[in-house]
Design a protein around this ligand. Structure first.
Ligand code: ATP
Length: 267
């Protein structure tokens, strides 16, 4: 699936300019990683792509369809082709693992076809195959919120397989996982997308993982492109410059800066 982003801007109602004239494209089957410090606009970009936020201006084009001009029907069809993997897994925790995987069918086939009680035998078998692919078939009947973070992210990947997505949008998919589980989930995600020739756009905070998995790295800074090159062509200096900032609110890559007032309140 081809993704083209042209001159994309997003200004939130309070005046915050999160994206400022962003342009790049991702070719079918390409695996692109987006890097950038807290607040540079990565999640806003992902939200614009998934329809959670509306861009203020610019174009988002998926396989030739401009999202802003698409009919409801076109949008619905496009969304069925977009798989999402989020930091917080987005599972229905009190339902079974199998049920969560079956929910991958919802966009294409509706609620009845994706409900464990009413799904066809073929669908249930396909869900079990997807679970087998991510190594979790033995946990199909378990309540999803009893799984570890790494296991839940594997279930999210199985749900995406069930959805038969063509492009994967992954927003910090390993941010909640320890380094070992994070590496394993990235290996799994990348191997299933390669098997199916999917396009991937993945936001990461871990430079090593970005270098290991991304074919191309895009650096975002203050809502604009800092770099967009093949991974081999990105130097350590590019990364250092990307994360260097003069504004203290953005300097910390992991935590929001705590104001002196908050610090005093915590003391
Ligand atoms: N709903 C909103 N209303 C106003 N400002 C917002 C909103 N959502 C995000 N922002 C602001 O837009 C800017 C970009 O935020 P965004 O969440 O896209 O950054 P990010 O790069 O994903 O950050 P992080 O790495 O911390 O997840 C930030 O200044 C943020 O405070």
């Amino acid at each position: 699936m081809q993704l083209t982003i042209q001159d994309l801007a997003k200004v939130y109602p309070d005046g915050t300019q999160a994206l400022n004239g962003l342009s790049f494209s991702v070719s079918p089957g390409e695996g692109v990683v987006i890097l950038g410090h807290n607040g540079c606009g990565k999640s806003t970009l992902m939200k614009c792509l998934t329809g959670l936020e509306r861009p203020t201006s610019g174009r988002l084009v998926l396989d030739g369809v401009d999202l802003a001009r698409a009919s409801r029907r076109e949008l619905r069809t496009l969304r069925q082709r977009i798989g999402c993997v989020f930091q917080k897994f987005n599972m229905v925790g009190n339902l079974s693992v199998l049920q969560n995987v079956l929910f991958g069918l919802m966009g294409r086939r509706g609620l009845l076809a994706s409900h464990a009680l009413t799904a066809s035998r073929e669908s249930r078998l396909a869900a079990m195959e997807a679970l087998d692919r991510v190594g979790l078939a033995h946990l199909a009947a378990r309540r999803t919120d009893t799984l570890s973070g790494g296991q839940q992210q594997r279930v999210a990947i199985a749900r995406m397989l069930m959805q038969d997505a063509e492009i994967v949008l992954a927003d910090e998919p390993v941010a909640s996982l320890d380094p070992k589980a994070g590496q394993e989930v990235m290996e799994l995600l990348w191997s299933v997308v390669r098997e199916r020739g999917m396009t991937v756009l993945c936001v990461l905070h871990q430079i090593e993982l970005a270098r290991a998995f991304g074919e191309r790295l895009i650096g975002l800074k203050a809502g604009t492109l800092a770099f967009d090159r093949p991974t081999d062509a990105i130097s350590d200096a590019d990364i250092t410059t990307l994360y260097h900032t003069d504004t203290p609110q953005e300097a910390d890559t992991d935590e929001r800066v705590i104001s002196p007032l908050q610090r005093a309140a915590q003391a």
